[in-house]
Design a protein around this ligand. Structure first.
Ligand code: DQA
Length: 144
């Protein structure tokens, strides 16, 4: 079994980007954490990060070939991208939507997500631990 971990725009800056909001862990830390959580469930994990919407969409399409579920932090594309929503709906793999910060406690434009209503689960405000929860949840769902 394999999971795809997708991180969207600006998440490559993790560790130095607004640490009071996003914490001090780096993207490498997040990928290591998620990989370990997946391995504990007997899953492999492939990780992709891109600042480009089309690259993320291509990665989601490719997941249809060899992945059972997706964990995605779409960054700001959460609030803008119908194309990302259509890609996730199009491959019909179950996915978990993760946000490090509690988007509901922030600016109004972060309250709406184009993905949440078609997500299997949504985890917000749990920091990097949210990725662990999401991996555990998607593994349990696939195993069922
Ligand atoms: C984020 C929340 C988004 O609103 C923001 O644009 C991000 C990160 C989060 O993980 O909290 O880039 O997805």
């Amino acid at each position: 079994h394999r999971l795809l971990l997708v991180n969207g725009p600006n998440l490559n800056l993790m560790g130095t980007r607004e640490p009071e909001i996003y914490g001090t862990e780096t993207l490498d830390d997040i990928v290591a954490l998620a990989t370990a959580a997946a391995r504990e469930q007997g899953f492999e994990l492939r990780a992709v990060q891109s600042n480009h919407e089309g690259v993320l969409i291509d990665a989601i399409h490719a997941a249809r070939e060899d992945c059972d579920a997706i964990v995605i932090n779409p960054g700001a594309f959460t609030h803008t991208s119908i194309a990302l929503r259509d890609a996730l709906a199009g491959v019909s793999l179950p996915f978990a939507e993760v946000h490090l910060s509690n988007v509901h406690a922030r600016e109004a434009f972060r309250h709406h997500s184009y993905l949440s209503d078609i997500a299997s689960c949504v985890i917000v405000g749990a920091g990097v631990q949210g990725y662990e929860f999401a991996v555990q949840r998607m593994a349990a769902l696939v195993e069922r």
